[in-house]
Design a protein around this ligand. Structure first.
Ligand code: GCU
Length: 419
């Protein structure tokens, strides 16, 4: 009887905590490292003309623009010129100096976007620490939640958090402003029509759908974060030279693409960004290009479809996206059970991007093909990383590591001298 009970208990435990998180689309997905195909990554430091890139100048003027153009045309989609000039206007719609029991000031910003075709607005919320001397460094977070919703009020049970679970108090206490940008103002989560939202303001006569090389959903969200940055540049409370962009999952992909293109972002953090984020396409581990374009056909641009099951033909892979952020600090976060996002592929991107950081004279401590031990955050490195136990979420350990990384890289190393 005792034996039977312990056998039942064993079965219960192993079922209740599987080695990885099961996904609805698990069929035909490889999670077995032994079955990862052999692949050769495209070289970071050889130009498409076969020229060796040996100096920071050559990286900046030849290879980086080449790689960004490939990501724009083949993966995420380019932002076209709008048919008629776009007006961008900022409205500070509401200011609440007593947010979170007086710790923070909350500003609700409306960014009005308009031209001859029409007008629309995207909403951004800015939380500023009341006690800190201004201007303050800032975290801009790509958000899944509507910034107009109750999710962005303080939580009644945990006053240091927002109702959506974001630990706003941690950021405010450490002297950071926190900014939330909601992308569905511009484009819906799984948009398939592109008749509403921002796209329509960009179509010349006769166009009603993005061309094969034009912006998909992720590129659109990245564009939105850049418009939020336009606003931050005008906000006297914020030091716009010290803005970190971050996001989780789909928004982690977006954070990387945002920072890769826009050098105004001083630092980037991708939490469990996986496929089309930090994970390498060629490993085909967890979510693949095929899975992604089947379920979310327009997160990427239509040109990306051509590489389904032809990943080896891509002239780029995701380590090159991280490299485009260099020499600015970038942080990659993975979860051991988050195998859909291919934690090993996420790590390898970070590791291989190091080649460009070193060319630019920056140190990265990711020097081996195996990641640092589980639960150890590598912060004092231009390419930071951690892998923790557990699955697809942002936990306290992750938030603290992101803050530690930002403290290390964005805060002055020696306190300013008092006269
Ligand atoms: C899906 C998708 C992932 C994405 C995730 C998310 O699982 O396949 O690529 O990262 O949603 O955004 O939460």
């Amino acid at each position: 009887m005792k034996l039977l009970l312990s056998w039942i208990a064993f079965l219960f435990i192993t079922q209740a905590s599987p080695a990885r998180e099961a996904k609805e689309y698990d069929k035909d997905v490889n999670y077995d490292e032994g079955k990862t195909p052999h692949y050769d990554l495209p070289p970071l430091l050889i130009s498409s003309q076969g020229k060796k890139i040996t100096t920071p100048e050559q990286w900046r003027t030849i290879r980086r623009p080449e790689i960004l153009s490939l990501f724009s045309h083949l993966i995420y989609g380019c932002i076209p010129e709008p048919a008629f000039p776009l007006q961008v206007e900022f409205e500070v719609a509401k200011v609440r100096p007593d947010f979170m029991e007086g710790k923070a000031t909350r500003k609700d910003i409306k960014i009005h976007l308009s031209n001859k075709i029409g007008r629309m607005a995207m909403h951004v919320i800015v939380f500023i620490p009341n006690g800190a001397s201004k201007p303050v460094p800032c975290f801009l977070k790509h958000s899944f939640q509507d910034t107009g919703s109750k999710d962005f009020e303080s939580s009644i049970l945990q006053p240091e958090k927002l109702r959506n679970g974001w630990p706003l108090g941690k950021f405010i206490d450490r002297g950071y402003a926190f900014v939330a940008v909601y992308h569905e103002d511009l484009v819906r989560h799984n948009e398939v029509e592109f008749r509403s939202g921002i796209h329509k303001l960009f179509y010349p006569e006769g166009q009603s759908f993005p061309k094969a090389h034009e912006w998909g959903v992720i590129s659109t969200c990245a564009w939105g974060a850049m418009r939020a940055m336009d606003y931050l540049e005008t906000d006297q409370d914020i030091d716009h030279t010290r803005v970190a962009v971050m996001g989780h999952s789909k928004m982690g992909k977006t954070a990387l693409w945002t920072a890769a293109q826009d050098e105004r972002f001083a630092l980037a953090i991708s939490a469990q960004s996986g496929c089309a984020g930090a994970a390498l396409w060629r490993r085909k581990s967890g979510e693949t290009l095929k899975k992604m374009v089947t379920r979310f056909p327009y997160w990427l641009c239509r040109n990306a479809w051509k590489f389904v099951e032809q990943e080896d033909d891509l002239p780029i892979d995701q380590h090159m996206l991280l490299a485009c952020i260099a020499p600015r600090p970038v942080y990659v976060h993975s979860g051991l059970k988050d195998t859909w996002a291919d934690p090993r592929g996420e790590y390898l991107s970070a590791y291989h991007a190091g080649e460009v950081y070193r060319l630019l004279g920056e140190k990265t401590l990711l020097t081996a093909e195996s990641p640092p031990p589980v639960g150890e955050a590598l912060i004092a490195s231009q390419v930071g990383y951690h892998l923790r136990e557990g699955g697809h979420s942002i936990e306290d350990f992750d938030w603290n590591s992101f803050l530690g990384f930002a403290d290390f890289h964005l805060k002055p190393k020696t306190p300013p001298k008092t006269p």
